[in-house]
Ligand binder design. Structure first.
Ligand SMILES: NC(=O)c1ccc[n+]([C@@H]2O[C@H](COP(=O)([O-])OP(=O)(O)OC[C@H]3O[C@@H](n4cnc5c(N)ncnc54)[C@H](OP(=O)(O)O)[C@@H]3O)[C@@H](O)[C@H]2O)c1
Length: 305
């Protein structure tokens, strides 16, 4: 099969190469999926799990990409819950070869059915960003209607999902980003926008929940914006500062079939818009991940036309 591989962390996305690889086999509780579309998260190549297996053994050259939409083509021993020919989407195992390939083997419990009226390209754009937003807002942030949320990177893949789900839940949403992100962020539903290059973050005042995707200086300053009893939720690693009278939680997204179903339902009925910046074929994927101009939104690789 065709696949994109990486061998050198230092080379980053420029080190991606299109190669021929043997098709993977479905192990116990796995499904083998014919990948139709694949999603890749910026930053993936810095995750240690991209380079090693669960025992820490080197597994390069590894296939990156951990989101997919496709069709189940085989079942491993003992696999239940999904069937051959079924449309699916979801997250693949962090420490195994990923989805920038024609086939991927993945534990069935990580995937959910993809409704027939949701396009594969849309399906592949949702799992990591949608589940991260859902889990950060509702499981870790315990968001309630009427609360205010500061969403960093509101025009990005995760931030745009956070914004839409928070608005639907009845929150007041303040988004941040670069100047050029103002219009996209407003179109996803932010009610105010802070241009981090030109506006003072501290002018936001107090909020009940900060959803941080940056860490660093912005993450630290954001801790001071959390009201008493509020929460700083971050997906950028352990927080370097904590709210004076609130919680700080960092987490890594987990697969969840029920939540994937909630996300698909919202896409079908128009409550949730995908945030796709560009679509490329597997043959053009390396160029697509190394663009000459900044791409707004997610890059999805359409593995099969
Ligand atoms: N812990 C987890 O479970 C988890 C899950 C998903 C993602 N992540 C991580 O979360 C981060 C965001 O992921 P994503 O998929 O949402 O990425 P993304 O689509 O690139 O979104 C990030 C957004 O923030 C903007 N941005 C970046 N740096 C900025 C700065 N200094 N000032 C203003 N705006 C800035 C980006 O703009 P530009 O494109 O112009 O830079 C982009 O619009 C990544 O590091 C990813 O690895 C973690």
């Amino acid at each position: 099969m065709k696949a994109i591989v990486v061998t050198d962390q230092a080379a980053g996305m420029a080190g991606m190469t299109l190669v021929e690889r043997p098709e993977p086999e479905a192990a116990g509780n796995d499904v083998l999926v014919e990948v139709h579309a694949s999603g890749f998260t910026p930053g993936e190549l810095s995750w240690p799990s991209n380079w090693t297996d669960r025992l820490g053994r080197d597994r390069t050259p590894s296939i990156p990409g951990h989101e997919l939409a496709g069709v189940v083509s085989a079942l491993g021993y003992g696999t239940t819950g999904l069937s051959v020919g079924q449309r699916v989407f979801g997250i693949t195992d962090w420490t195994r070869d990923g989805t920038l390939a024609e086939y991927v083997a993945v534990e069935a419990r990580n995937l959910a059915p993809l409704p027939g009226d949701v396009d594969f390209t849309v399906g592949a754009s949702l799992p990591i960003s949608g589940l991260t937003a859902w889990q950060g807002l509702f499981e870790h942030g315990r968001l309630r209607a009427g609360q205010s949320v500061l969403v960093h990177g509101a025009a990005g893949a995760v931030g745009s999902m956070v914004t839409q789900l928070a608005r639907e839940a009845g929150a007041y949403v303040i988004g941040t980003g670069r100047a050029a992100h103002r219009q996209p962020a407003l179109s996803f539903g932010t009610q105010e926008f802070v241009d981090l290059d030109n506006d003072a973050l501290e002018d936001v005042g107090g909020v009940d929940l900060v959803f941080d995707v940056f860490g660093g200086d912005i993450g630290q300053r954001s801790a001071g914006l959390v009201r008493a009893g509020g929460t700083l939720v971050t997906i950028a690693g352990p927080p370097e500062a904590r709210p004076a009278d609130g919680l700080a939680i960092d987490f890594v997204v987990e697969s969840d079939r029920r939540q994937l179903g909630e996300i698909a339902r919202r896409v079908r009925d128009g409550r949730l818009k995908a945030n796709i910046g560009q679509v490329a074929t597997l043959d053009d994927a390396v160029a697509a991940f190394n663009p000459t101009e900044r791409v707004k939104g997610k890059t999805v690789i359409r593995v099969r036309p």
